[in-house]
Design a binder for this molecule. Sequence first.
Ligand code: UDP
Ligand code: MG
Length: 314
Amino acid sequence: MQEILYLVIPCYNEQEVLHETEKQLTMKINSMIDRGLISNQSKIVFVNDGSKDRTWDIIQQLHDQNPLVQGINLSRNKGHQNALLAGLMTVKEHADMVISLDADLQDDIDAIDRFVEKYYEGNDVVYGVRSVRKTDTFFKKFTAQGFYKVMKGLGVDIVYNHADYRLMSKRALDELEHFKEVNLFLRGIVPLIGFQSAVVPYERHERFAGESKYPLKKMLSFAMDGITSFSVKPIRMVTAAGVLIFSISILMLIYFLVLHLLHHTVAGWTTIVISVWAIGGLQLLATGIIGEYIGKIYMETKERPKFIVERYLK
Ligand code: UDP
Ligand code: MG
């Protein structure tokens, strides 16, 4: 039996690329249907994320001309991650598997065949991973790789060099729905879902038209979001600094007391120096401890599912 594949494509001000993207994806889907890889019920779904240009008009027009094309229009711009989630949650009832990709086709669409193969091999999640970053600038490469390293260092389980090009099965999407957080960082959440997964390497191309919707400022805030949504380690670092400084202050206390007793210091100096260190250290320590609790509350408020059953044999 051939299963139904949906492609979900978030679009923000993408009028320059939509026609070409639709043409290439239609060819891809049709060839896969012809080869009997996927069902002829498969669809291409464009999600308009509150674009300010003609994006939605074009999507409507494509929908009229092409039976493969569907459109979802969001009430306003909500950002890439939310647009993606909106698409995934809207189509999951009708699909067996869903692949998310960008409108600019920077992600090699020939990888789609391999995604689907991996799905048929029993994987619920297939991650597209960039094998080379030839077309990225040195700066983008450097910041992106630094980001993955920092995330790993902070104990967040993310797939190296994987962006949002991935396949998810219907049941993985059903589980994704149970992650209630508002600060959405899908790359961090999907590995938390678990299930059997696979990786498909692909080459990343250049945007063929239009410009990146992720300028440096957005990129940084996205990275910051990713870190603070998954890790309370930054709070732990404050606590650690507090412990360190407070310990130093105790050593200082002993040292200055000895100096003081030997009458090597100006009157009043010892008290001031010791209080500066001790109070500073104590304050950091206290902030860290309060932060620990806030971190706990923060994680609780996410109401993430505590477990996901993979199979129930009865
Ligand atoms: N996008 C979106 N909403 C936004 C910003 C971007 O839906 O607020 C979409 C955009 O149309 C594209 C994808 O997210 O399909 C990735 O954006 P882009 O290609 O500009 O990012 P880059 O590849 O430069 O990281
Ligand atoms: Mg892009």
